[in-house]
Design a protein around this ligand. Structure first.
Ligand code: BG6
Length: 466
């Protein structure tokens, strides 16, 4: 790995900041939803808002040279009229300046799911006006922090928050509608392109990209019907985000299939399509946790279930998209307690495919394993995380050897944080946060291992051909 390779951890504002109502911040849709339901929430989370200096110091001491984090829209824009909160901007100036002081490259996500509740109340991502509001917010932050940031990304994982919010219903606004899913997806793609347009119009320094929840698709065999199911699955999982952001092309066979199945696409007007066609990204951020293994569709209604129980095989993750494909589990693979397949080869395959298809620089913007861990000890001996990271970094290095242009790796997550509907019990951090005891921080074994890997420029990774 060369010296400019970015090594770091990633977080998201709602998952780590806490300070949910401080310094004039207004409610996000997650604040409103979790408070109303009385569920575990991110009111305090890792208290990063007050402890960011300590956290950034630990990144620096851990040898990391970059940090991926998101800006909180409801901290920065206070109402529908677009009023800017100077205290919100100041917090991010302080955070970014601290990163720069410590030699940590800030890698910024503009939107990681915390939509202001005042916009959700007006229809959220169902409403075209949210795209204009996003463009305004993106323009404000890009101009404000211009010159301090080299890497901007618009959205974190459009697929994940749109499907979970509008179809699966485990995220706010808890809907179960294919029509709303497609319309929400369209508005997010449009808002993304509008922000890229604003970036170019304003002549902002640096590069702009998007972050996708990348799940490369494999088939159970190579029969023609399986290949067809794989194409449907790839459109569903990846292409609608990546083809659109990288090339300005929404897959036509996907749109035809959606229309044939009765989805009304009349909201896709020509003027907005032009914005999408003309505004492409400079790089791709890919979050990799697992692949999608598929077989042809056999029977049953569309069923999408995510395992938020933390009990393997209970409330099993399931994806059947009627007339498109069915996802299957590989009996030979290992799975986490949340039913996520551990499959590093998928990262290698996916990187090669993404490179061949888009020829854009790639950052692995998230990769990690969620586990139950006892953090009352001095140093969590998380050998499972070391093995997981080793095998995935090895996959990246193999892909680079075979021509892929990968520019950075961000572990999810820099430190333990709030894992949405899985709560704080599902830990991903390189640094343990003791949520029960004063939120004190203690590096895990993986933190030191990662430091060695970075200092050795990857030499410390145990290599194997996949
Ligand atoms: C990604 C998100 O989907 O995966 C993160 O960008 C998220 O916000 C991470 O926390 C892990 O998922 P989960 O559901 O286990 O927290």
């Amino acid at each position: 790995m060369n010296n400019s390779f970015l090594w770091g951890g990633a977080t998201a504002s709602y998952q780590c900041e806490g300070a949910w109502n401080e310094d004039d911040k207004v409610d996000s849709m997650w604040d409103a939803y979790l408070h109303e339901k009385g569920l575990e929430n991110g009111d305090v989370a890792s208290d990063f808002y007050h402890r960011y200096k300590e956290d950034i110091r630990m990144m620096k001491e851990g040898g990391q040279n970059s940090f991926r984090f998101s800006l909180s829209w409801p901290r920065i824009i206070l109402d529908k009229e677009g009023t800017v909160n100077p205290k919100g901007l100041q917090f991010y100036h302080d955070l970014i300046d601290e990163c720069l002081r410590q030699g940590i490259e800030p890698f910024v996500t503009i939107y990681h799911w915390d939509l202001p509740q005042y916009l959700e109340a007006e229809g959220g991502w169902q409403n075209r006006a949210t795209c204009d509001a996003f463009m305004h917010y993106a323009r404000v932050v890009m101009k404000e922090f211009d010159g301090k940031i080299t890497y901007w990304t618009t959205f974190n994982e459009p697929r994940w928050f749109i499907f979970n919010g509008y179809f699966i219903g485990n995220y706010p606004p808890e809907c179960h509608s294919a029509q709303m899913t497609v319309k929400g997806a369209w508005h997010v793609l449009l808002a993304h392109a509008m922000a890229v347009q604003a970036f170019r119009e304003e002549g902002i320094q640096g590069k702009i990209g998007i972050v996708h929840s990348y799940t490369p698709v494999d088939g159970v065999d190579d029969r023609p019907e399986t290949l067809k199911a794989m194409r449907y699955a790839d459109n569903y999982c990846n292409n609608w985000v990546l083809d659109t952001a990288a090339k300005g092309e929404i897959p036509q066979d996907m749109l035809d299939k959606l229309s044939a199945e009765g989805i009304d696409l009349s909201f896709m007007n020509e003027a907005d399509l032009q914005i999408i066609r003309n505004n492409h990204v400079d790089f791709l951020g890919l979050n990799y946790y697992s692949r999608t293994l598929v077989k042809p569709y056999t029977e049953g209604e569309t069923t999408l279930i995510v395992n938020n129980t933390g009990k393997k095989g209970k409330g099993t993750s399931k994806t059947i998209v009627k007339n498109w494909f069915e996802q299957v589990q590989d009996p030979d693979s290992e799975y986490t307690e949340w039913d996520t397949e551990i499959y590093p080869k998928g990262l290698y395959d996916g990187l090669i495919r993404a490179w061949e298809r888009y020829h854009l620089p790639i950052f692995i913007t998230e990769n990690g394993i969620g586990c139950y861990e006892d953090v009352s000890v001095d140093c969590v001996q998380d050998d499972w995380r070391i093995s997981y990271m080793n095998d995935h970094i090895n996959a990246i290095m193999n892909a680079m050897d075979d021509g892929g242009d990968v520019r950075g790796y961000f572990a999810w997550s820099s430190f333990d944080l709030y894992s949405w509907k899985n709560g704080c019990e599902k830990r991903y951090g390189l640094v343990a946060v003791d949520f029960e005891n004063g939120l004190c921080r203690r590096p895990k074994k993986s933190y030191y291992w990662f430091k060695d890997v970075i200092e050795s420029k990857g030499e410390r990774v145990e290599r194997r051909k996949l």
